[in-house]
Design a protein around this ligand. Structure first.
Ligand code: HGY
Ligand code: MN
Ligand code: MN
Length: 421
């Protein structure tokens, strides 16, 4: 492979260390034999301990910030300089893979380790953030950690409750965090030169085309709803079919309508990931059903039209069936464009590694959607096996971890900001 020698010896990186650390983090899980680690959990506290230790070993100052993110800082040529912020998330979905999120934090730490080991200081600081709640599994929220860093945390999120009825604010206090101090995690556009994230692709494109890495052009927009259909619980043996207000039958027709609408045009995707039937007995006609909607598209107008049509269709189904539809919007993020100048610098780093530059959009959401409030964003994608993610079968090749970390290191050491207008 024809590679230009980097100013910082790439030999100071270690893909083996990256893979081992992903394995080490995966051991902190509430799910026996699998990986589930949600925000403000005992498992997250244990994982934070590992990450903060690695940050310190890499020569950073490291702390838990006011929302519970792991925050590491490696000063530049002089103290207090604005930073290039790198990072990803440390929470997971349920029964997750071990690279979604974690890989971006671990590789960023490895790059700082190489800088520190070579005694290198750059004309900017580097901050590495392990965001505490990107997936939003526990409280139905998203981007809590990155919104706090971006200064856009919504106070009403503190009233969100988990499945045990515990409020976010109470869970924070139980974790040793003071909700009143969340504002202390906020950064400003003046102190953050850019935000860049290394992440597995979570899709099949890079593998299908034989690329180890790719440059992200934009992050698809996403809308999430929580629905509840209110029917009427009744005796499974005595209520004639024509007299039922079966909430689950109505929900089932809704789920198929959602699938049909999303399948009607390319690039639009919609998912019902959660569905709960109440009271949940074999001999009771379901009186209530709660279910979710996650709808995404690469263009905002496309997504907004699809959401409006889905809502109208669900309402029509419920009206015809004589049941009541309750709808609550949980999340609504427009497309987040990756800045051309950062795409170009990530692309140049890939070329320095002797690889072709493949640009592609992200169907998955990422913390950059929140971070764009205070900084231009960029993402480096890494090939993952069969594009599988949000699944314990999620896997990457060690040599791809090596390539990606080397690209990230080149991006960092060559990083420059465009002249401010
Ligand atoms: O849902 C997503 O796209 C991300 O994994 N949070
Ligand atoms: Mn994810
Ligand atoms: Mn992720």
């Amino acid at each position: 492979m024809n590679t230009v020698s980097s100013k910082i010896p790439a030999s100071l990186l270690s893909a083996r260390r990256v893979m081992d650390r992903a394995d080490a983090l995966a051991r902190h899980s509430e799910l026996p034999g699998g990986l589930t680690r949600v925000y403000l959990s005992a498992e997250q506290r244990a994982a934070n301990g590992l990450v903060l230790g690695w940050m310190l070993e890499a020569g950073m100052d490291a702390k838990l910030d006011a929302i519970g993110n792991c925050a590491g800082r490696y000063e530049g040529a002089k103290p207090g300089l604005p930073c290039l912020m790198l990072g990803s998330h440390l929470d997971t979905v349920r029964d997750a893979g071990r690279y979604d999120g974690m890989l971006g934090v671990i590789t960023a730490i490895d790059c700082v380790h190489a800088l520190n080991a070579s005694g290198k200081r750059l004309p900017f600081a580097i901050e590495v953030i392990g965001f505490a709640d990107e997936e939003g599994v526990r409280f139905g929220t998203t981007f809590l950690g990155s919104r706090a860093v971006a200064g856009t945390f919504k106070q009403e999120a503190l009233d969100a409750v988990d499945e045990d009825g515990m409020k976010l604010a109470e869970a924070m206090r139980g974790f040793g965090l003071d909700p009143a101090r969340i504002g202390e995690a906020a950064h400003s556009r003046e102190t953050v030169l850019a935000y860049a994230e290394l992440h597995i692709e979570q899709g099949p494109v890079l593998e299908a085309e034989g690329h180890a890495v790719g440059v992200v052009t934009a992050i698809n927009g996403a809308t999430r709803y929580a629905f509840e259909i209110e029917g009427f619980a009744g005796h499974a043996g005595t209520v004639p079919m024509g007299l039922r207000k079966d909430a689950l039958a109505a929900a089932s027709e809704c789920v198929l309508a959602i699938e049909a609408r999303a399948s009607s045009e390319p690039e639009l995707v919609a998912t019902v990931g959660k569905l709960e039937t109440l009271p949940g007995a074999m001999n009771v006609i379901p009186g209530r059903v709660r279910f979710s909607l996650d709808l995404r598209a690469p263009r905002d107008a496309q997504r907004e039209t699809a959401v409006a049509e889905v809502l109208a269709k669900l309402q029509a189904v419920c009206t015809r069936r004589g049941v009541t539809l309750h709808a609550k919007k949980m999340h609504d993020e427009p497309v987040a464009r990756c800045a051309d100048w950062i795409q170009a610098q990530i692309g140049a780093a890939i070329q320095e590694e002797g690889r072709p530059v493949r640009r592609l959009p992200s169907g998955a959401g990422h913390d950059g959607m929140a971070m764009q409030a205070i900084a231009d964003i960029g993402m480096l994608f890494v090939r993952c096996k069969s594009g599988v993610s949000h699944n314990p079968a999620e896997a990457i090749a060690e040599e791809d971890a090596e390539t990606a970390t080397r690209v990230l290191l080149r991006f960092i050491e060559n990083f420059t900001t465009p002249a401010r207008p």
